[in-house]
Design a protein around this ligand. Structure first.
Ligand SMILES: NC(=O)c1ccc[n+]([C@@H]2O[C@H](COP(=O)([O-])OP(=O)(O)OC[C@H]3O[C@@H](n4cnc5c(N)ncnc54)[C@H](OP(=O)(O)O)[C@@H]3O)[C@@H](O)[C@H]2O)c1
Length: 386
């Protein structure tokens, strides 16, 4: 079952590739991504070797092939010969590459997530037997913050919290229309917010939770805060006293669907297997945790990393402090993104998963581990996905 894969160097993508390798077999998995082929090889081998999971069959890494390509370029920038090499005989095409950014200029998000998906669909036309596995997000539900979201639902009538959500929504629309027009087999996978409690070493793709850590770290190192030696105080190293109180404007009863990335990758590969050979159709699957986590427990976990911080969610902050302004300025997207009340239907997921047990609950201690060692800063080179 030769496979072509975009986004294999990402936080999720490398785990899906590892799952595919752990299933055994000798068919090639072609990783298409930015950078030279030796660079792609080095990054993939570092990630796959570091990741946990069932042991890999001998020689598994030899199944990986590498091709330089950029989804924002027509034809992904491939020559005709490279395109033929990439698509020859493939039975699965995974499209996981995307730009994950909650704020800033929408143009790069459009280029990567909408135009990039269009380019991948054009490439898929050269692989008529390939089942398309398109990685979307549960956040295509946008500003629909309450209610139970069905896997078939794809509506824009509530609008979107971020252009990232909108770009993924538009990409999903393209994928659905393409599937209907071509009569091809398509599975759209919509993960919740992906997390891991295993600290990711520098150089390997980091997790979205790092965005919150970076906001707090940035706040603690800002001029205003440094002037008062607050950073050392907040980290608990200087003197005892009252906690520094930071209010964050968000729904105090908000929840987020956090799901272990290891579970999500395994569930996606099981879904691919379950959908293979079924009559051609577009099927959408929520790869979500069965239970939402309260946004409050994420704040409590942050307090473990920063013991003198006291964080709370409030609907409005009429009199923000400079630190609260900073959090609002840089963290608004992430916090609004995380605090909501909707739930996700998992009927199609459960049908596909067979005996795969539900993931463990995501509780405060899990998230405290995910937040990592307080003495290890979240470096600026850690990527900040969503
Ligand atoms: N992380 C989450 O919590 C989450 C939640 C829901 C859905 N998702 C979806 O899951 C998918 C994977 O996310 P992730 O967490 O693995 O993100 P990630 O760690 O940021 O990885 C993104 C991947 O896309 C690749 N990519 C980006 N732009 C590209 C381009 N122009 N050409 C070729 N490759 C490009 C990146 O390559 P480089 O390594 O070269 O940058 C990387 O492999 C995305 O579709 C995302 O929307 C993620």
């Amino acid at each position: 079952m030769p496979v072509l894969f975009t986004g294999a160097t990402g936080f999720l993508g490398c785990r899906i590739v590892r799952e595919l390798l752990s299933e055994g077999g000798d068919e090639p998995i072609t990783v298409i991504g930015r950078g030279s082929e030796p660079d792609l090889r080095a990054r993939m081998e570092a990630a796959v070797t570091w990741l946990d999971g069932p042991s890999l069959p001998a020689g598994a890494l030899n199944r990986l092939r590498y091709l330089s390509g950029d989804i924002t370029l027509p034809g992904l920038g491939l020559t005709a010969e490279e395109r033929a090499r990439a698509t020859d005989g493939i039975t699965q095409l995974w499209h996981s590459a995307a730009l994950l950014r909650l704020e800033g200029d929408p143009a790069p998000l459009h280029r990567s997530n909408v135009v990039g998906t269009r380019h991948v669909l054009e490439l898929a036309e050269h692989a008529p037997d390939a089942h398309l596995m398109h990685v979307s997000t549960a956040y295509v539900a946008g500003r629909r913050l309450t209610g139970h979201i069905l896997e078939e639902d794809l509506l824009d009538d509530h609008g979107f919290q971020t252009y990232y959500e909108e770009s993924k929504y538009t990409a999903e629309r393209l994928v659905r229309a393409w599937g209907a027009r071509t009569g091809r087999s398509v599975t759209v996978l919509r993960p919740g917010l992906l997390v891991t409690d295993r600290p990711v070493p520098e150089g390997l793709p980091g997790q979205p939770l790092n965005i919150l850590l970076r906001i707090v770290d940035a706040g603690l190192h800002s001029k205003a805060v440094r002037a008062r030696s607050l950073a050392a105080f907040v980290k608990g190293g200087r003197r005892r006293g009252d906690a520094v109180r930071i209010r964050i404007a968000a729904d105090p009863d908000g929840t987020a669907n956090l799901v272990q990335v290891e579970y999500a990758a395994r569930a996606m590969v099981r879904t691919a297997r379950a959908h293979a050979g079924r009559p051609a159709a577009v099927r959408t699957v929520h790869v979500t945790h069965p239970h939402n986590a309260s946004a409050d427990i994420a704040l409590k976990a942050l307090e473990v990393r920063y013991p003198r911080l006291s964080l709370s969610l409030v609907p409005h902050i009429p009199d923000p402090t400079p630190l609260e302004q900073l959090v609002a300025q840089h963290g608004a997207g992430m916090v609004g993104f995380s605090a909501q009340r909707r739930t996700y239907d998992r009927t199609h997921l459960c049908e596909a998963l067979g005996d795969l047990p539900d993931p463990e609950p995501i509780d405060e201690s899990y998230l405290a581990r995910a937040c990592g060692d307080p003495d290890v800063p979240v470096g600026p080179d850690v990527r900040v996905p969503a």
